[in-house]
Write a protein that binds this ligand. Structure first.
Ligand code: UP5
Ligand code: MG
Length: 190
């Protein structure tokens, strides 16, 4: 498995920008494997793993889990996947995440998507989601937005400078947003 070179797409955007929703559409249409970093971390909480309580506290505060913990979970999923087209949703969230991923996994993403959504729309979506997420409350949401601006936007700028970033205007219906995503992947279809 060391010789496989997966086709990696990073899916970035603020909290509630629609990353998970659009990843489902990309999976249906283009047959990717979807890895949500947030979902992998939440799975560690419910399974009461070694880092479960640390992860719970970090997510509740809207802060970022240490890179090595998140990357270990992502790495395990990539290695276990029989699908080499992989969407990594919600990671990297910091420059430190990005650099650690490059060092540990030894590769860079082929494509980076950025779902650009106005803050008031993200707040509205997150607070009306009602799926019991511990971070879907106004106090944590404010912290998530601050962390996004301070730590995640520099990662987005990095990929823009590298010419890998595809910025998508994440407002409108789910299908309208997906019509901006579709042409990014069609060139890779054979
Ligand atoms: N919705 C979606 N699209 C819509 C549209 N076009 N019009 C109207 N409504 C739309 O969507 C959010 C809601 O909006 C849903 O109800 C959806 O139906 C609706 P969703 O697709 O879930 O948006 P998404 O961007 O995935 O929002 P999410 O809340 O998952 O984003 P976050 O980035 O905040 O959450 P994540 O799970 O990635 O991370 C959670 C926490 O984990 C982080 O805050 C952090 O503490 C921790 N974390 C790390 O520490 N490290 C990591 O690497 C990753 C996470
Ligand atoms: Mg999500």
């Amino acid at each position: 498995s060391e010789c496989r070179t997966p086709f990696i797409t990073f899916v970035l955007g603020g909290p509630g920008s629609g990353k998970g929703t659009q990843c489902e559409k990309i999976v249906e249409t283009f047959g990717f494997k979807h890895l949500s970093a947030g979902d992998l971390l939440r799975r560690e909480i419910v399974s009461h793993s070694q880092y479960g309580s640390m992860i719970l506290n970090t997510i509740r505060e809207g802060r970022i889990v240490p890179s090595e913990v998140t990357i270990k979970l992502i790495q395990r999923e990539i290695e276990a996947s029989d699908n080499d087209k992989i969407l990594i949703d919600g990671f990297p969230r910091t420059e430190e995440n990005r650099i650690a991923f490059e060092q540990i996994i030894g590769t860079e993403p082929d494509v980076v998507l950025f779902f650009d959504c106005p803050e008031e729309e993200m707040v509205k979506r997150v607070l009306s989601r009602n799926q019991g997420r511990i971070d879907d409350n106004i106090d944590t949401m404010k912290k998530r937005l601050k962390v996004f601006t301070a730590l995640c936007l520099p990662v987005i700028d990095y990929y823009a400078d590298k010419g890998k970033l595809h910025k998508i205007r994440a407002v409108g219906t789910v299908d309208e947003v997906f019509e901006q995503v579709r042409p990014i992947f069609t060139p890779y279809e054979v």
